[in-house]
Design a protein around this ligand. Sequence first.
Ligand SMILES: *[C@@H]1O[C@H](CO)[C@@H](O)[C@H](O)[C@H]1NC(C)=O
Ligand SMILES: *[C@@H]1O[C@H](CO)[C@@H](O)[C@H](O)[C@H]1NC(C)=O
Ligand SMILES: *[C@@H]1O[C@H](CO)[C@@H](O)[C@H](O)[C@H]1NC(C)=O
Ligand SMILES: *[C@@H]1O[C@H](CO)[C@@H](O)[C@H](O)[C@H]1NC(C)=O
Ligand SMILES: *[C@@H]1O[C@H](CO)[C@@H](O)[C@H](O)[C@H]1NC(C)=O
Ligand SMILES: *[C@@H]1O[C@H](CO)[C@@H](O)[C@H](O)[C@H]1NC(C)=O
Length: 701
Amino acid sequence: MKFSYYWIWHLLLLLINVVSSRDWLIDKITDVTTLRITPLGTLLLSNTLISREFLLDPDFATIDFRDLHTTNSSLLRCVKPEAIITLDGIKYNIGGIMPNTQCAYFNRTEFWRTKTLDTTAFHFSTYEVGIPKAPFKYTPKRSAPADIQWPPKGIHLSIYFKAPYYAPLAHKYVTVVVNYEMYDGIPLIAKWLDIIDISGRGDIDLSINSVELLAVNQPWSPFGHSWLYIEDDQPPGHGTNVLWTYDVEVNTIPGSFPPLVNCTYQTDHEIVVPLVTQLTSFRVHELVVGSSDEERRALSKHRLIRLLAPHTQENPIFFHMINASSSAVRAVIDQMAEVGFEMLIYSFGSGFDMESDDEKYIEQITSDIAYAHSKGIEVGGYDLIALTRQVRPDWMAIDPSTGKPRDSVCFASGWYDYLLNRTLTFMDRTGLIMVETDGPYGGYSCASTTHAHHRNNDDSVYRQNILQANYFKILRERTVYINQPDYYFYQGGSKTGMGYNEEQYSLPRWMDISVSRQGMFDDTYQRIPTVGWMFVPLTVYHGGGAAAQFEPLVAHQIEYEWALAQYLGAGVAACYRGFRLYDTNETKALVTKWVNFYKKYRSILIRDIIHIRRADMQSIDSYMHINPYSNDIKGLIMVFNPTSEPVDTNLPVPLYYTGLSDIAQVSEQEDSWVFYTLARDYHIDLPIVLPPLGITWFLIR
Ligand SMILES: *[C@@H]1O[C@H](CO)[C@@H](O)[C@H](O)[C@H]1NC(C)=O
Ligand SMILES: *[C@@H]1O[C@H](CO)[C@@H](O)[C@H](O)[C@H]1NC(C)=O
Ligand SMILES: *[C@@H]1O[C@H](CO)[C@@H](O)[C@H](O)[C@H]1NC(C)=O
Ligand SMILES: *[C@@H]1O[C@H](CO)[C@@H](O)[C@H](O)[C@H]1NC(C)=O
Ligand SMILES: *[C@@H]1O[C@H](CO)[C@@H](O)[C@H](O)[C@H]1NC(C)=O
Ligand SMILES: *[C@@H]1O[C@H](CO)[C@@H](O)[C@H](O)[C@H]1NC(C)=O
């Protein structure tokens, strides 16, 4: 059985070309998203890769969700309400129809014959069609790809719902808007809710139970092959959930496989939020991958984040400065300018204080930043803004289980206003244009009833999340670069830790380099290269002493070059953390060499990674960047020999995602172009000759 499934998956991958004779991951899809009324009177939203079909009568409901691209099949198993909310303790479905008689699979004959209005639900009143709205302003900067489209192109559909006749009068002033966006050229839908009380009285208690309820067929769920990737736009663990279960309504039909996804808020207790004028839910992203192939799944998700968080593709080369004294900072800025580094970050432990109102300190920082700007270098700094941060007692979060202050600030207290004011004031005065926040709000609740921005425990998680997001949005609109150890990317965050273990940078240098290259290889399935940072502990980071640190650099040139090559070659910014970038002309030359390489090939180095061979330290290892849309360089391969032996071998390189199909031209380090014929499965065998500890790279067009 296992064997045949394996082949079915691989056949599906090959079938992509058969089903639609084009692949959105390598061909530019020029079809635009359309919305039309079908002969059945339904509404069909389609971008030719996927489609979603809505019933309008007797009520609004999703009645189909199709993959037109990879499997050419329907995902949908059953009709569910569009969403579920609770007003003052009364639960309302939003649209939908009475439950189908059976939901093991979609029986359209039966559906059209029996569909019946659910009289207790909020009812469809009207819809509006527009274009996608940007959740924040963004103009590409810092060498982000030129082809960024913001907001993305596509269709925004707003569907309006009104309370049922039996609802209490107060609820009749409530309108629920279900928002859908479908984007051009990607099998992706976003969905979210606006709940509006036009009475403006603010005395309704609202809970959002489900932003999306989708009954799908088994292969699309994690119980099958996870062909449908669903995420919400919030950082994980902050009170929102994408819950996959088996549908209890259907479990009464023994022997069927009824996966249901429920996109909801926290599960420990319901959020209850006072509805004052308008509340907006989190967004759900539904990406129809249609494949179990690991690389294909990764590339699809990467397209999603590039589309909806385009600023994550900015990738300045930064230095983490541990000494904030004016003379030390200026000395390192001189070095950075010499070798082409782009951003200085006052590191943790440097004594940097973004919240300061000490005039003398602000004057010093302003003048040092002006010096950096005169050399074309941007400057940012570190601040501990939440979690373990201690502030005024009345701004601390109250633990609901003990009634005592937590070890953390509440982000929905006066702290938010204070911090935002300090941040903006400092930036306005000094020219600081980057922040590294430590401890974005981490998803804990607060039982205080006296805080400025939440009522009690029931709305504290919801409110803190919104304010943390708002803090980042305001900075994003000011073009600030934001390092945050969390996942606030759809709210404006630029970068997070790549996924490393904090201890690995305390290992002896060669172990650190090797383990880090392995980890980065794995993490770039989850993340695009530019969204994660790594570390190069020029001075001791957590521990490990002289064996771990790269200082003195002249004594560890080979390791230093490996670090530069493996991170810059991956398009991954690392925190080069210390007090200088080079200590001799030789180490300066190494940094210059790899920074120049990065800048020359930046447009391909910041693109996605195809995983060729994970480092096992037994032979060579390799990864490749691809850009199938490029008219010139479509691939860049990095190859490392971490062994103490010379290597002379053939490396099979899979070229499918470069978009090349017959002939590849390959050049080793800008040497002459060699022609290769692609095999039936799009690979070429690339001869590799490397000395012990050798590194090389190849261009493909
Ligand atoms: C996809 O399936 C539909 C029916 O479900 C069929 O009408 C259509 O021709 C198929 N498309 C392709 C490209 O096979
Ligand atoms: C679909 O429903 C119709 C009408 O109830 C029924 O006759 C038919 O057998 C059903 N088809 C399947 C495949 O269950
Ligand atoms: C969705 O999840 C919420 C939170 O756990 C739960 O209260 C609700 O019953 C779930 N809805 C369905 C239909 O499973
Ligand atoms: C920071 O740099 C200054 C100037 O180079 C130096 O005098 C001072 O000792 C340094 N501080 C530390 C902690 O290294
Ligand atoms: C910060 O607060 C001060 C004092 O209330 C106010 O004058 C100033 O305008 C605020 N600045 C910003 C950027 O919000
Ligand atoms: C380093 O390079 C500079 C400029 O090329 C040169 O003047 C200097 O003598 C060199 N230093 C050493 C120690 O070689």
